[in-house]
Design a protein around this ligand. Structure first.
Ligand code: IVH
Length: 681
């Protein structure tokens, strides 16, 4: 019905702009009627035709694409996804952005002119995540939604409720909608991508995408397993909060138990903005989360109100975006390595360059498809950046610099470690070595077996395992339990003391509960959590080994893919024999229900320090509780500390934690989190 559009090539720029703006607003109206009111104004195919025309126009005239165009989805949010739709009570605005101090000065000059005087600014870090709105009624979290297109978002309440740092109950019974950013901490992002690659899945490009992908899951259990966190920074209802400035609002959020970023700074001279930007340009690499700039906000909320908003962005705030850090280097080689699951991964070996705080020489190229899409040749000059501030990633090849003798790499046909034929399993991007006796896989598998979250054999890291394999002292996980003193004394740098320590930790690992062994065996798709669920259900390894796919898939949280993988593993004669050998070596094969540390606990694996006087508990009691929930309780603060729990009179630890930007909780926040752990179980 709309085929009477003027052909795009005949449009003048001005006419195109007019048409684009018109279509954007028309489609937004139709979108709201359809998704929000369930009362479409036009037929679906007419909507699709208009939409397709807008896409074509915007492709030809990209200068007119606005962030709120119906074609633009924030963070991969699609308004057509299967999550329920939520209409925001007030539009969720984005921020205008500038890329230089000069542009920032211009923004300040405009703001100062409008106000008639220089206002104070609250400077904040621009967290690289995705925006979320949280609605609390009488202090109770009742709804969480993504930004979507700013007007309609998606209901992610169930998923957000799995994020430990977002309270389900505020410390006061107020009714308020607050907004903030959900992000994935850098370490969780790195861990998740390693796991995805091992599972033959495409890694996430950056923590922002990972956070968006994790939050927008239909299955909240998946969100829970990904470690997300949040910072709250805005409410459209400051009266409900009782704040008159942005900095006060942040303090009030914190008192209410909401997570806030403590790095904000109130300044009254415009030149101080440059100092803050310079400071965090340097410090950003040390932060536990990704930031992509600095947000400057007029501090006084009544002045914010006076300045008001445009349709898309507030006039009272601006985002200064960090320039992307990029370096040029030359690819010297492409190395192929074999992981625990047999995935063969290419890595670019490059001339070392300094990038975002570290020297980089290697960048993963993930899998052959990815490598091919980059079209890299050995000898090529490439741009290099860090995805989400952390992971070195090759951007593009500078073709103009390609030397005439550059060499095309070959995708290996044989395993670089064991020389057996590699396979491309259908539906997977990874190239795999499927030889169960492949030396590289054995080495990686043994390292995994001994690792902290598996059998936790202290002192048995990759170096020791490499030596043991080379000297033929071990061949599989069962043989670890036959090692003796004389054999270990032969190892490089091993003396009486280190030998006896290692033998003690090997011995200790024999009494681990079954889930550690099950995880340590390295069965495909079986992470620590799945291992625990399975061990808990079947109680001993013989019952697991004889269970059917249906029996296993019946466990809440375990799907059929995992169940198939378990059954396949225990069907192998080699696996049966290995279990027998472990049993003969007196390795415990039963689930011991006494101490099961929940890997999903907020406290799991967190380095936590206690300071000050606790009113509701004592230090030893709190320490024991934290340890039972998987925390590592330390005596002093370092950059590696995840959390400081500060009672009365925190003293020097509190000061140091503040300096290092360590997350700080009051005792009450700790008590609330303890209660939540109880409810979740
Ligand atoms: S203020 C009307 N503060 O950046 C209030 N936004 O590029 C608008 N963001 O959509 C948001 N850190 O998702 C604000 N400290 C911060 C922020 C922040 C990250 C995000 C937010 C916004 C986007 C704009």
């Amino acid at each position: 019905m709309f085929s009477e559009f003027t052909p795009i090539e005949k449009l003048t720029t001005a006419a195109a702009q007019q048409e684009i703006t018109h279509l954007q607003s028309q489609l937004t109206t139709y979108g709201i009627a359809y998704y929000e009111k369930d009362a479409p104004l036009i037929e679906d195919h007419d909507y699709d035709e208009l939409y397709a025309h807008l896409v074509a126009l915007e492709a030809e005239f990209p200068q007119f694409v606005t962030p709120d165009s119906p074609t633009q989805n924030v963070g991969g949010d699609s308004i057509k996804s299967e999550l329920e739709k939520v209409v925001h009570p007030a539009p969720m605005l984005s921020l205008g952005d500038v890329f230089s101090l000069a542009e920032l000065d211009e923004w300040d000059a405009r703001t100062t002119k409008s106000l008639g005087f220089q206002s104070d600014y609250n400077l904040e870090l621009k967290i690289d995540g995705l925006a979320v709105a949280l609605t609390y009624v009488n202090g109770q979290l009742i709804q969480a939604s993504t930004r979507g297109n700013g007007i309609i978002g998606e209901d992610v309440t169930r998923n957000v409720k799995t994020i430990k740092t977002i309270p389900q109950q505020l410390t006061e019974p107020i009714t308020i909608e607050v907004r903030g950013e959900i992000y994935m901490p850098k370490t969780s992002f790195a861990k998740l991508n390693i796991q995805r690659e091992a599972d033959g899945l495409e890694p996430f490009a950056n923590p922002r995408n990972a956070a968006a992908g994790s939050l927008r899951q239909l299955d909240a259990k998946i969100t829970k397993a990904r470690e997300l966190a949040a910072f709250v920074y805005y409410t459209a209802e400051p009266e409900a909060l009782g704040a008159t400035t942005q900095s006060e609002a942040l303090e009030r959020f914190s008192i209410l138990g909401l997570p806030t970023n403590s790095k904000n700074r109130v300044i009254s001279r415009i030149s101080d903005i440059a100092d803050y930007i310079a400071e965090y340009t340097t410090k950003r690499d040390e932060l536990a989360y990704g930031i992509d700039g600095v947000v400057v906000k007029v501090n006084q909320l009544d002045l914010q109100f006076d300045l008001g908003n445009t349709v898309k962005i507030p006039r009272w705030a601006i985002a200064y975006k960090f320039p992307p850090e990029e370096a040029l280097t030359v690819v010297r080689d492409i190395e192929w390595t074999v992981g625990r699951t047999g995935a063969v991964t290419p890595t670019a070996i490059m001339d070392p360059v300094k990038l975002a705080g570290t020297t980089v020489q290697r960048a993963s190229l993930h899998n052959p498809d990815y490598l091919n899409s980059k079209g890299i040749r050995i000898g090529d000059t490439v741009t290099l950046h860090k995805a989400g501030d952390i992971i070195p990633e090759i951007g593009q090849v500078i073709l103009a610099n390609r030397p005439s003798d550059s060499q095309k790499y070959d995708i290996p046909l044989k395993c670089p470690a064991c020389d057996s034929e590699l396979v491309h399993i259908e539906g997977e991007v990874a190239l795999r070595c499927i030889n169960p006796f492949c030396s590289a896989q054995i080495q990686e598998g043994l390292t995994h077996f001994a690792s902290r979250n598996a059998m936790n054999i202290e002192g048995m890291g990759p170096r020791v395992i490499g030596q043991l394999l080379k000297s033929d002292l071990i061949k599989d996980v069962a043989s670890i339990y036959h090692l003796n003193r004389e054999q270990l004394l032969l190892l490089d740098k091993f003396k009486e003391k280190s030998v006896s320590n290692l033998l003690t930790s090997i011995d200790k690992s024999k009494s681990n509960s079954l889930e550690r062994l099950l995880f340590g065996l390295g069965i495909r798709m079986i992470g620590a959590k799945a291992a625990r669920l399975i061990a808990e259900k079947f109680k001993n390894i013989e019952t697991i080994a004889t269970a059917t796919v249906e029996d296993i898939a019946n466990i809440d949280g375990i799907g059929t893919t995992i169940a198939h993988s378990v059954v396949q593993y225990f069907d192998l004669p080699e696996s049966k024999q290995l279990i027998q050998e472990l049993s003969r070596a007196n390795v415990n094969l039963k689930f011991l229900s006494e101490v099961v540390i929940d890997e999903n606990s907020f406290f799991y694996n967190k380095k936590i320090v206690l300071t000050g006087k606790l009113e509701q508990s004592s230090r030893p009691v709190a320490t024991k509780w934290l340890q039972d929930h998987g925390a590592i309780v330390a005596g002093s603060i370092s950059a590696k500390t995840d959390l400081l729990i500060a009672g009365e009179d925190g003293g020097s630890k509190l000061r140091k934690a503040n300096e290092l930007g360590v997350m700080i909780w009051t005792e009450q926040q700790f008590v609330d989190a303890q209660a939540k752990e109880g409810i979740d179980k």
